[in-house]
Design a protein around this ligand. Structure first.
Ligand SMILES: Cc1ncc(COP(=O)(O)O)c(C=O)c1O
Length: 349
């Protein structure tokens, strides 16, 4: 096999992953051959996973949190839908999500036999009245997104949680992207702000951990009981995770990143990334583009597909939203000088 080098981040403007913090990289390498899926054998990493969940709980305003480090936001979202389905009594369960929700909910629906009902958004945010209208006796879960994938917008989480509570459904917040920015914003999004049952919050995105390190949180272990199956041949007797063998590297790197950065480093990063996103939004607006955001460090602008393709041809990794806008995520590796040279390239065409 030829030695392949990983891609550099210097022109990556679309990814929600980023350069891991040095401590996270080092921890990932050190724990490469460990498996938190077998905590009886790999006790050190199992202890570290408990630490990871405790810190995630602090980030998300939850005392005594339950949860684990997942393979990513997709797994965490699937587990949330699984809990909602398993604890409900209906034979025809549905989960209500805004149309801005990540496509992982569609995977969950297909695998779990749950109907996913998409609610229209207003200004890229879940519409509370439309959500209320669509909830019925078979609704087992309501999802709010705290930092949408396409626009970085935050749904009205407390209002959605009230609807879920009234319906006797689980309230799940998908803060996969937003979770490490939102504590420093004015948004109401966490377990202290609303009657949230479960949450996705990913260290391998703005948490600056190495991939794979997603995060799943639940208000108590009762929720995880809905997922538990027996594991007869392991020393531990049961498992609530979706995957069996799991990445100890992800777990260790999540702990290392969060210990290094929570809260001061993440706060500084939030401000730097927001400043960068505002700077770019202003430059694009000056050039006549219609810009959406930033609410979190993510903007979308109506740059033509042709121009986006030309920029891609110059090595820039930029993507489009479902509606065709250019989408840029100001993750920690995205610096002002990168953005200056991106704008210079934009002006060149
Ligand atoms: C809001 C949101 N939820 C879930 C996911 C899925 O996360 P992952 O790709 O880690 O499975 C993403 C990915 O970008 C996301 O933005």
């Amino acid at each position: 096999m030829q030695r392949a080098e990983p891609q550099a981040f210097e022109r990556v403007l679309s990814s929600m992953c980023t350069v891991p913090h040095p401590a996270a990289r080092e921890a990932a390498e050190r724990f490469l051959a460990t498996n938190p899926g077998d905590p009886g054998t790999y006790q050190t990493v199992a202890d570290l996973e408990r630490e990871a969940v405790d810190i995630l709980g602090e980030v998300a305003g939850l005392d005594d949190p339950a949860g684990y480090i997942t393979s990513g936001g997709t797994e965490a979202n699937i587990q949330a839908v699984r809990i909602a389905r398993n604890r409900a009594e209906t034979d025809d369960p549905n989960v209500v999500v805004p149309e801005s929700a990540h496509f992982s909910f569609r995977k969950a629906a297909e695998m779990l036999g749950v109907d996913i009902r998409q609610v229209p958004t207003t200004d890229h945010r879940a519409d509370v009245d439309a959500t209320a209208d669509i909830i019925d006796d078979d609704t087992v879960g309501v999802v709010g997104v705290a930092g949408t994938t396409e626009y970085g917008h935050v749904d009205p989480i407390p209002a959605l949680a009230d609807l879920a509570e009234d319906a006797g459904a689980i309230m799940h917040v998908d803060a996969a992207f937003g979770g490490f920015f939102l504590p420093f914003s004015d948004f109401a999004w966490d377990f202290e702000d609303a009657a949230i049952d479960t949450m996705t919050i990913d260290p391998h995105k703005a948490g600056q951990a190495a991939v794979p390190a997603g995060g799943f949180l639940a208000r108590s272990t009762d929720y995880l009981d809905e997922l538990t199956i027996d594991t007869p041949y392991l020393e531990s007797e049961s498992q609530f995770t979706l995957t069996g063998t799991r990445s100890g590297a992800g777990v260790a790197s999540a702990v290392a990143a969060m210990e290094a950065l929570w809260p001061t480093g993440y706060r500084d990063q939030y401000h730097t990334s927001m400043d960068n996103a505002h700077w770019l939004a202003d430059r694009l607006a000056e050039r006549g583009y219609r810009v959406v955001g930033p609410e979190l460090p993510l903007i979308a602008a109506d740059v033509s597909l042709e121009l986006v393709n030309q920029l891609r041809g110059r090595g820039w990794r930029v993507t489009k939203t479902g509606s065709g806008e250019m989408r840029i995520v100001c993750m920690p590796h995205v610096t002002r000088s990168m953005l200056r040279s991106f704008v210079a390239d934009l002006d060149w065409y």
